[in-house]
Write a protein that binds this ligand. Structure first.
Ligand SMILES: Cc1cc2nc3c(=O)[nH]c(=O)nc-3n(C[C@H](O)[C@H](O)[C@H](O)COP(=O)(O)OP(=O)(O)OC[C@H]3O[C@@H](n4cnc5c(N)ncnc54)[C@H](O)[C@@H]3O)c2cc1C
Ligand code: FES
Length: 255
């Protein structure tokens, strides 16, 4: 898939909490085909310390407004700079990058699992699955009720199962302790979130004979397979998370 380097315009920069925001950006030319799991590399302008672009998942796509949404958690200087962008300002991105989640097979019972701001690629995946005629079920985990984001969006797509670590909303604990995973068998799980969560979900899938794809967020620089700073150890040898991933079947990963 051809990569583009383009200026987008900020349509909206909406705060969801003190460190999480959604950037809605619109392109001047028609958006190409975009697939769930893919990401963009954002140039951070006016910040000499952050000369490397920052990778961000495609959170949502709106063809009517020709726009992409990015769900961003402030982690350092680059994301903080992005949090200050105002409507009408420009942002330069390279996209679409990386591979994508595969579609379920016919009659497969599947679940989307996400935690914290790591849920970013799940919304686009859930909407895409719905449009393709599937019925997504979604399991989300957050630290506490104040950290829950975009619940309504997911509830408008399908059944949502919820956990918080302190039990302030939904079931108490991590996503892997939710009763839905004990009471039902899933043929396939799609997962994104913190590394420890990916590993815990992968363990569950191995024990329960469940196909599982995870989206990795390894440190990246170039985003196009040149610098090799994002390599991941797999049964096929060292692969680049940016070009061979970020989505991997857990059977491929050595972790
Ligand atoms: C494929 C991919 C998709 C991503 N999608 C999203 C997304 O949709 N929303 C989002 O908020 N973040 C996402 N990230 C993580 C995001 O790229 C980093 O948080 C960001 O680059 C940090 O930049 P910074 O300048 O703000 O912080 P820095 O000053 O560069 O780093 C601050 C801290 O964040 C850590 N960090 C830097 N890069 C990463 C990374 N790739 N993963 C985890 N920790 C990192 C650093 O080690 C450091 O501790 C994604 C990462 C990848 C690889
Ligand atoms: S980020 Fe440079 S090779 Fe992957």
């Amino acid at each position: 898939m051809a990569k583009r380097i383009e200026d987008f315009t900020i349509r909206e920069n909406r705060r969801l909490s003190n460190d999480i925001f959604v950037l809605e950006i619109s392109g001047n030319s028609y958006l190409p085909e975009l697939r769930p799991g893919q990401f963009v590399e954002v140039r951070i302008d006016g910040s000499p310390e952050t000369f490397l672009r920052r990778p961000l998942s495609i959170h949502d796509v709106d063809r009517d407004t020709n726009s992409i949404k990015l769900l961003v958690q402030i982690a350092g200087k680059g994301t903080e700079k992005l949090s200050m962008l105002k409507t009408g300002e420009k942002i330069n991105i390279i996209y679409p990058l990386g591979n994508s989640f595969s579609m379920p097979e016919e009659n497969e019972h599947f679940l989307l699992v996400g935690g914290g701001c790591g849920v970013a690629p799940l919304l686009f995946l859930a909407k895409h699955l719905l449009v393709q005629g599937y019925s997504p079920e979604i399991l989300l985990g957050f630290r506490n009720r104040d950290r829950i984001i975009e619940l309504d969006e997911y509830q408008s797509i399908g059944p949502v199962y919820l956990t918080t670590e302190d039990g302030s909303k939904g079931e108490k604990g991590y996503v892997t302790s939710h009763s839905v995973l004990k009471n039902e068998h899933f043929d396939r799980i799609y997962c994104c979130g913190p590394h420890s969560m990916l590993q815990a979900v992968a363990g569950y899938c191995q024990r329960n004979n469940t196909e599982c794809e995870v989206s990795l967020e390894n440190l990246m620089a170039c985003g196009i397979g040149v610098c090799l700073c994002c390599v991941v150890d797999t049964v096929r040898g060292n692969l680049c998370t940016c070009t061979d991933g970020p989505v991997f079947n857990i059977k491929e990963l050595k972790w």
